[in-house]
Ligand binder design. Sequence first.
Ligand SMILES: Cc1ncc(COP(=O)(O)O)c(C=O)c1O
Ligand SMILES: N[C@@H](CCCC[NH3+])C(=O)O
Length: 415
Amino acid sequence: MQAFSLQDGRLCAEAVPLDRIAEQVGTPAYVYSRAAIEAAWRGFDEALGEHPHLVCYAVKANSNLAVLQLLARLGSGFDIVSGGELERVLAAGGEPQKIVFSGVGKTAGEMRRALEVGIRCFNVESAAELTRLNDVAGELGVTAPVSLRVNPDVDAGTHPYISTGLRENKFGIDIREAEAVYRQAAEAPHLSVDGVDFHIGSQLTDLSPIADALARVLELVDRLAEQGITIRHLDVGGGLGIRYQDETPPAPEDYARVLLDGLADRDLTLFMEPGRAVVGNAGVLITRVEYLKDGPEQRFAIVDAAMNDLLRPALYDAWQAITPVRPRPDGEALAWDIVGPVCETGDFLGKQRTLALAEGDLLAVHSAGAYGFVMASNYNTRPRPPEVLVDGDQFHVVRAREPLAELWRGEQLLD
Ligand SMILES: Cc1ncc(COP(=O)(O)O)c(C=O)c1O
Ligand SMILES: N[C@@H](CCCC[NH3+])C(=O)O
């Protein structure tokens, strides 16, 4: 949960210097720490102690196969939102019985595949989706396990683009309509009601909206029990924040305490879907300064990473720490806008960063393990960067830089 630190040019807890990685794979490149990922996942798993639970890592945060494989080996479950993520989890050795499938727009094809492999549960987000899932399960002659994602209408107090638990958001089933939809589910011949689910937003730094949402959803569970609809598991989604700058996100133990206190003596298995908090501070994006440019109003450090590699600053105006891998203690510290080569004014990684810089310097953009590579694109026909996993004193290139010719594979010239 701590902001990631570099010690002597290395990811903390790992022995490989980042400049050695840069020499071998070039820049920009994502670098992840195995030790940090595993420690963060265990933090959630251990916080829930003996209470029956399943930590379903949210694949969307970082879906690199080697990252998924590490988590699968720890016994992690997975929260997926597409057929593509399902295939990734299976390819990485994830157990189908530990997969939950979220998302508002599941296609019939995605449902079919998930039923064929036998996932643990579908987090259903509308009455229409429930009808489709029942039909698809019926065609296959199987029963689909379901949990309804309810929208508890609480303000998560996060960026509006990543807040999901308000009535006006597209996510989940309005909590006031949930009982009726549960009755529909209970009567459907090819569905079995197993759980209830909520997820109110991402980068949450305060536990009180989670406690509010939990209380509302537990009232629903109790009302359903009175009607003979038994809920066996409660999925509390993900969303726990990390420290990017000066945030003080709750520790997994405090989070777990709120959840377990809320449950009281109810017999509910807990599922959780953390993404960012598992991988966010376990990764950096390394990039090299190409040019220093003195504009009339502003100094620019033009680096070789851009918004296509790391979108969060451009999309959310997100702040991520940027530090030199080898600081220049005797250099003059000046305020720089750290910008990329893409042809957009919004292409920046950081603004007004006071640093002593020279051309050729290697920089690390911190907290880049979550929503980094997964949101990268080929805009400006730039190859997506390689991904490297550091494991003690070794490192592995777990995804190579895309060769340029791959960027137009499948395209056709006209006759
Ligand atoms: C349903 C669901 N579960 C889990 C997550 C993971 O969220 P986070 O990375 O904030 O933990 C998300 C994304 O916000 C989500 O939409
Ligand atoms: N992409 C967002 C988080 C989205 C959460 C997805 N449900 C971010 O970088 O902060």
